[in-house]
Structure formats: structure tokens, C-alpha cells
Write a protein that binds this ligand. Structure first.
Ligand SMILES: *[C@@H]1O[C@H](CO)[C@@H](O)[C@H](O)[C@H]1NC(C)=O
Ligand SMILES: *[C@@H]1O[C@H](CO)[C@@H](O)[C@H](O)[C@H]1NC(C)=O
Ligand SMILES: *[C@@H]1O[C@H](CO)[C@@H](O)[C@H](O)[C@H]1NC(C)=O
Length: 207
């Protein structure tokens, strides 16, 4: 019944009001930031740079059944593409590996390079002939696939890309290439058109 024990509205509320005000302010800032990012995204139309395997062929393949030694040589053409209309892109920490059935054929890295807005760069690679020792089962599998005029080789690649998105400072994206290349034994060129994907473990927004 002693109603005056309850503090009157205007006495305890300044703190509460303050909290509400700060919260509203933060909410407004978040909304503004969202709108700015949205407009930036719409106007810049950012495109994650890609590495695309455009051509591949088996330059040499030789399999000796008696000692189970496979000698193999591959050549590749890749295109690094920057579809952004305003930003130059740099690629760095770029490396690739080629494997046959888990056996390393080649591993190489390339120097950092840049690509102007809306353009691309061609990256050629020709492996050294590489001899790998297969086990009997792999030898049989290889015989079968060679009869079908096809050898399956795995190409993996990693690169990091960095570019500017208007005022937002550099954006960094990792890209990952994972292509199974079905190469004809008769050295016919194939056009795999296999593109890199964004590697989510390396996405950094920084100034
Ligand atoms: C295959 O390997 C065996 C054993 O090393 C060798 O004697 C033979 O000459 C090789 N054959 C070819 C075609 O190279
Ligand atoms: C981007 O490049 C393509 C092909 O080179 C060209 O046709 C197009 O006009 C370019 N776009 C801009 C905005 O520069
Ligand atoms: C490569 O693939 C992309 C996307 O799947 C497609 O738009 C493009 O036309 C293809 N290019 C060739 C040469 O097949």
C-alpha cells in the first residue's frame, strides 16, 4: 500500500534511458553499415577472382608392365581471371600439385602476379617427365584405363587473392582448385573448364 516505495518514473530511468539510447544508436549504425555495404556491393559488383583450367593434355605416357614404372608428362593452360570492373587483383601464395592415383607427378609454385580490372592472365605449365612406381593393382587399373584411352590425373591448387572494394580497403579471399583431368592417352587436348572455388578458411576483411 506504500506506493511511494516504488521509485517514481523519472528518478531511476536515466540509466535505463541511456542504455536504450545507446542500443538504438548501435542498431542504427548497424543498419547504416548494412546499407553502405549493400550499395557498395551493388555498385561494385565484386567478383571473386578465379583460376580456370582451360586446356590440358598428356604430352607423354609410358608404362612398363615388367617393372611397373609409369612415366608421365602433362601440360596445362590455366587462366587467372579478374571479372571486377574497377579493381586490380593480386594473386599470391599460388601453388599447384598434380597427382596420379595419389602419386606426385609435379608440384610447383608461381610468383605473385597482378591482373588489371576486367582482364585475365594466362598461366602455362609443362611438367617434367616424371617416373612413378606403381603396385600390381595400380598397374592393372592403369592397363584398363589406358585401353579406354584415358588417364585420370588430379590437379590441386591454392592461391590467395587481394583486391580493393571501393572505400572498403583490401579484401582477401583464398581460392582453391580441385580438378580431375581425364586425359586421353593419345595426347588429344581437352578443355576442362574447371574453375577454382572460394576457400572459406581464408577470407579476411581488413584495412
Ligand atoms: C621394362 O623394364 C624392364 C626391367 O627393368 C626392362 O628390361 C625393359 O627394357 C623395359 N621395357 C621397356 C620397353 O622400356
Ligand atoms: C570488359 O572486357 C570485355 C572484353 O574484353 C569488354 O568487351 C568490356 O567492354 C569490358 N567492360 C568494361 C566495363 O570495361
Ligand atoms: C565454361 O564454364 C562456364 C560456367 O560453367 C561457362 O559459362 C562457359 O561458357 C564455359 N566455357 C567453355 C569454353 O566451355
Amino acid at each position: 500500500m506504500q506506493r511511494q516505495n516504488f521509485p517514481p518514473h523519472d528518478h531511476t530511468h536515466p540509466l535505463f534511458k541511456c542504455v536504450v539510447m545507446i542500443a538504438s544508436l548501435l542498431a542504427i549504425l548497424v543498419i547504416i553499415a548494412g546499407i553502405v555495404v549493400c550499395i557498395g556491393y551493388k555498385t561494385m559488383k565484386p567478383k571473386v577472382p578465379e583460376i580456370i583450367v582451360t586446356r590440358a593434355e598428356l604430352d607423354a605416357v609410358d608404362f612398363n608392365h615388367s617393372n611397373l614404372l609409369l612415366t608421365i608428362k602433362v601440360s596445362l593452360v590455366m587462366t587467372a581471371e579478374n571479372a571486377n570492373l574497377k579493381s586490380r587483383v593480386s594473386f599470391y601464395d599460388t601453388s599447384f600439385s598434380l597427382n596420379f592415383n595419389g602419386h606426385r607427378i609435379a608440384k610447383w609454385a608461381i610468383e605473385p602476379f597482378g591482373i588489371n580490372a576486367n582482364s585475365s592472365v594466362i598461366v602455362n605449365y609443362i611438367s617434367q617427365p616424371r617416373t612413378i612406381h606403381l603396385n600390381a593393382v595400380e598397374g592393372e587399373d592403369l592397363d584398363r584405363s589406358m585401353e579406354l584411352n584415358m588417364i585420370s590425373v588430379d590437379l590441386k591448387g591454392n592461391s590467395k587473392t587481394r583486391w580493393r572494394l571501393g572505400q572498403f580497403g583490401p579484401i582477401k579471399f583464398g581460392v582453391h582448385l580441385n580438378c580431375q583431368l581425364l586425359l586421353p592417352v593419345d595426347s588429344t587436348t581437352i578443355f576442362p573448364n574447371c574453375s577454382s572455388r572460394v576457400a572459406l578458411r581464408f577470407v579476411i576483411l581488413s584495412r
